[in-house]
Design a protein around this ligand. Structure first.
Ligand SMILES: NC(=O)c1ccc[n+]([C@@H]2O[C@H](COP(=O)([O-])OP(=O)(O)OC[C@H]3O[C@@H](n4cnc5c(N)ncnc54)[C@H](O)[C@@H]3O)[C@@H](O)[C@H]2O)c1
Length: 284
């Protein structure tokens, strides 16, 4: 393999075949970063590279299933081999699963855990030792505000994202001595193809997700901008939208009271219509 002359900033982003990953790759490309564009969907990733080139950027595509640690290790080998270093890794690949706890199947839990959570762990495990060797770097783990405020009937998604937040908080402290920074990106809903293949166990879950996506007040491009701003400011948390940020502050003030109130609202059939009402206004 011919090693390229190292540029100032080099990034690898997973889940770049559409949505937020694509927006992140395009923004980085516009800012002059060569980007490693990784996705399980080679066609989508190639399309992203084409778009990046139209913006004057450059990069390389790699087909990777993040749930497979050997493939992620190969990806790290490839990009570090080619570029000599990687300054920024964004673990973005993910899927969504909705459902009630009594209806979800073990395979639903296994699938989302392997992609969302272990996919992120694999990225960190493969890139961190190489970043330590090169003297530093930055890792963004794309979680979700779902892992902080935990809306009902989304337990697999909420749990994987909460685990990513815990992983990021741990790494932030553990890796400081190695000059490696960590950001947990925690957006709320924005429109992407994420829910196209989402499993749901009732119509409310699908209707709510569609509503939240269609009425979202922020685009994937704006979320990508907020994430890169957080990287530049070395922030641990990036919560781009205001209403979930306020929700998170309220929850932290008194978590028992917060979840107690939501539980009561759901129990007396006020909760779901209220959440839908908020979603229709782009306030979730
Ligand atoms: N859209 C939202 O409202 C929202 C909100 C909060 C967080 N997020 C998170 O943002 C990230 C990106 O999601 P999106 O909304 O852009 O959806 P998306 O479906 O457009 O993008 C997800 C990408 O991940 C890829 N992917 C799926 N499984 C993979 C695997 N095993 N290996 C490699 N790539 C894989 C898909 O091919 C796709 O290109 C996800 O982690 C998601 O949980 C999204």
């Amino acid at each position: 393999m011919v090693r390229e002359k190292p540029s100032k900033n080099l990034a690898v982003v997973t889940g770049c075949g559409s949505g937020l990953g694509r927006s992140l790759a395009l923004l980085l490309a516009q800012e002059g970063w060569p980007v490693g564009i990784a996705d399980i969907n080679r066609e989508g990733a190639s399309q992203t590279l084409k778009m990046a080139k139209l913006l004057g950027g450059r990069g390389d595509v790699m087909q990777v299933d993040v749930s497979n640690p050997a493939e992620v290790e190969e990806m790290a080998d490839y990009f570090f081999g080619k570029w000599g270093k990687v300054d920024l890794l964004i673990n973005n690949a993910g899927i969504a699963t909705a459902g009630t706890i009594s209806e979800l199947l073990p395979e639903d839990w296994a699938k989302i855990t392997h992609i969302n959570y272990l996919g992120t762990v694999h990225g960190c495990s493969s890139f961190v030792p190489r970043m330590i060797k090169q003297g530093g770097g930055h890792i963004v783990n794309v979680a979700s505000v779902a892992g902080m405020i935990c809306l009902p009937e989304m337990s697999p998604y909420n749990s994987t994202k909460a685990a990513i937040i815990a992983l990021s908080e741990t790494m932030k402290v553990e890796l400081a001595e190695h000059n490696i920074s960590v950001t947990a990106a925690c957006p709320s809903f924005f429109h992407t193809p994420l829910i196209d293949d989402m499993k749901a166990t009732n119509d409310f879950q699908k209707d709510f997700a569609c509503c939240a996506f269609n009425y979202a007040r922020i685009s994937s491009a704006q979320v990508a901008e907020e994430i890169l701003k957080a990287v530049k400011k070395d922030k641990l948390y990036c919560i781009p939208q205001a209403s979930p940020r306020i929700n998170w502050y309220i929850k932290r003030f008194n978590p028992s009271l917060y979840h107690g109130i939501i539980a009561k609202l759901i129990k007396y059939n006020i909760g779901k219509p209220f959440i839908m009402w908020l979603a229709r206004r782009g306030w979730v």
